[in-house]
Design a protein around this ligand. Structure first.
Ligand code: FAD
Length: 400
């Protein structure tokens, strides 16, 4: 078998991505100086597409006119299920229990809370843009753009995709229950032309996972570009209140993997739409490798554009990212590290999004008589607790 040789390291470059500048634009708090790695790391192969692809989904006139053959299916095939089956979200998705537990909703007027009604929308997927080796942004055109808050999510019923039909029937038979609707946080912010999500194709390791994933590989594959879909939305209590500057001047964002998606939407809304200008944001993003950082370039660009308001910090657990400059650390954030960034633990607000222990982890641990291993969310909760932050100042969105 011919294995092609690794690509040559760019001359004097930082390794990944080749077009990234040396720093994130924010002070890193004592990170080692940038030093080029001896050779290009493998994630170079997955360098996201050039910025113009990422920032510029096709103009509306392209978006409305996908090729004819992509619209072949008659509506009654796609939308068979009665609305109450398709769009009533199961309790675990509306919103995640942790959000309610840690942040009891305020009266609607005071919190500026949006209406939580879930409606169905006919949408067209106008573009799918690869972000990492396993994650893609999916852009939707929806005729009457509905009101939503940055950080909220939409829902997608996997039953509407004919290519998943047999697969879902088989898995429903094995699991003995109907496949639920999946939720996806909005990567877009209000005011953008298209609504967008970013999906990461879940892994399947038969030694670890009981079943292969259903929807995320299809969503992330790019093959749905040009397709009509039905989406449900828009809901969730994971958003920054309009009046946050009345209570704090700092927001911490703890994110991991695809958990960066809603927080990226919130940051865009706060920074680009010039909301709460005296509030500063620090994002701590945890990933396995540099190549796994979703929306990496976009976040670096935000940090560069708003150096006085946004600091982007990365922790990489499986490799040393210090060659990328200040703000890149190996390992996981500790309470002491986070404390350096917190001005006032009594008033700072924190938003955390990422993997948490699920009922499947609990069941598996019970069978072996062990405790489930803490995941990203449990470690953030520990940090927030050790910092002495009041619990209602912490909001979380669990992706499972
Ligand atoms: C509010 C919210 C927002 C989200 N936002 C995003 C986002 O922005 N981007 C994103 O990529 N994802 C997001 N998610 C996750 C997303 O909803 C899906 O869960 C994810 O895409 C996986 O779906 P899937 O159909 O591919 O996998 P699934 O089929 O749901 O499988 C996922 C895992 O669960 C296990 N599993 C499933 N059923 C069982 C069972 N019966 N017994 C044991 N194990 C089981 C599987 O083995 C697999 O490991 C969000 C979730 C929530 C709740």
């Amino acid at each position: 078998m011919n294995i092609p040789p690794p690509p040559p390291a760019p001359a004097g470059g930082t390794g990944y991505p080749p077009h990234l500048p040396g720093g994130s634009g924010g002070g890193g708090g004592g990170a080692p100086a940038a030093a080029p790695p001896p050779q290009a790391p493998p994630q170079q192969q997955y360098a996201p597409p050039p910025p113009q692809q990422q920032y510029a989904p096709p103009p509306p006139q392209q978006q409305y006119a996908p090729p004819q053959q992509q619209y072949q299916q008659p509506p009654q095939q796609q939308y068979q299920q009665p609305p109450q089956q398709q769009y009533q979200q199961p309790p675990q998705y509306a919103p995640s229990p942790g959000v309610q537990a840690s942040a009891p909703p305020q009266p609607a007027a005071a919190a500026g809370a949006p209406v939580r009604t879930i409606r169905k929308y006919d949408a067209v997927i106008v573009d799918v843009v690869r972000r990492t080796h396993d994650a893609s942004s999916v852009y939707f055109f929806i005729g009457d753009a509905p009101a939503y808050k940055a950080g909220q999510f939409l829902s997608i019923d996997p039953h509407q995709f004919p290519e998943l039909k047999r697969w879902i029937e088989y898995l429903e038979m094995l699991k003995g229950k109907k496949e639920p609707i999946r939720s996806y946080s909005l990567q877009s912010a209000p005011g953008e032309k298209c609504m967008a999500i970013c999906t990461k194709a879940e892994d399947y390791d038969p030694k670890v996972h009981k079943y292969p994933p259903v929807l995320s590989p299809l969503m992330a594959s790019g093959s749905l570009k040009g397709r009509e879909v039905v989406i449900g939305g828009f809901t969730g209590a994971y958003f920054i209140p309009d009046d946050i500057s009345n209570v704090t001047d700092q927001v911490l964002h703890f994110v991991a993997g695809s958990g960066v998606v809603p927080n990226y939407g919130m940051l865009k809304d706060e920074l680009r739409n010039n909301k709460n200008p005296r509030v500063k944001h620090v994002m701590i993003d945890v990933n396995k490798t540099v190549g796994d950082i979703i929306l990496h370039e976009q976040l670096r660009a935000l940090a560069k554009a708003y150096p006085d308001r946004f600091e982007f910090i990365n922790f990489i657990t499986r490799e040393d990212p210090s060659y990328l400059g200040p703000g890149y650390y190996k390992g996981r954030p500790s309470t002491e590290f986070v404390r350096r960034y917190v001005r006032d633990p009594g008033s700072v607000r924190a938003y955390a999004c990422g993997a948490a222990i699920t009922k499947y982890h609990r069941e598996a641990a019970k069978q072996t008589g062990t405790e489930p291993q803490p995941r990203f969310m449990e470690s953030v909760e520990q940090i927030v607790h050790e910092l002495g932050m009041p619990k209602p100042h912490f909001k979380k969105e669990e992706f499972g």
